[in-house]
Design a protein around this ligand. Sequence first.
Ligand code: ZN
Length: 250
Amino acid sequence: MSAETETLRTLIDDCRRGVVFTGAGISTESGIPDFRGPNGLWKKIKPIDFQEYLRSEEVRQKSWRRWFEHGQGLLGAKPNAGHFAVAELVRQGRVSAVITQNVDNLHQYSGIASERVIELHGNATYAKCLDCEAVVTLESVAAEYRQSGRVGPCTACGGIVKTATISFGQPMPEQSMRRAEQETLACDLFIVLGSSLTVYPAAGFPALAKQQGAKLVIVNQQPTELDGVADLVVHAGIGETLRRVVPPGD
Ligand code: ZN
């Protein structure tokens, strides 16, 4: 074990209640592209704004077309060593919640109960009616799109159907933000995995954790804005780092 992984192991052993905060970096190890990263999709094409999506049927259809062309890559992705190590920490009771900026459902797929995963940007593995909140599977949306080249309104209420992600210009999900704050205030160890901590307000949580006296750990390939105040910074892959710190459970 390197000095870094030994320090991380000690911090985890000594903590009373840990929180894990994940960003795109944990999922790139599962082959999911970082849409917001320096080479991400959103640097090449302009993301669709939520208000425009609400206003224009044309924009909605353009958005679905894009999704079928670019967004499906994350369907079928599998959790990796990093996700499984986090799941093991939850299983052992060391981590009470996982706050994530990711929309890929990989924490749930790794075996963490969905009530312990707090999604700040929603979930891209299903769609939802914006009015009645009926869940629409992407399989049924895809079938409709294949058949007619369009995605129509909610069959239950006629409302607008959209992937269950939080789009640019869409308000942050209030309940998730509140739960994330409560978990952050209650923890004594806050571990950031694979986030450059540039997307606010989400990135405010590690700063809040530090302020209220928790230890802050950052594992990320690149430097982040909070490296200077963290108790431990590891610039390495998440899977390789955590595999050494958290042996797979039996
Ligand atoms: Zn509806």
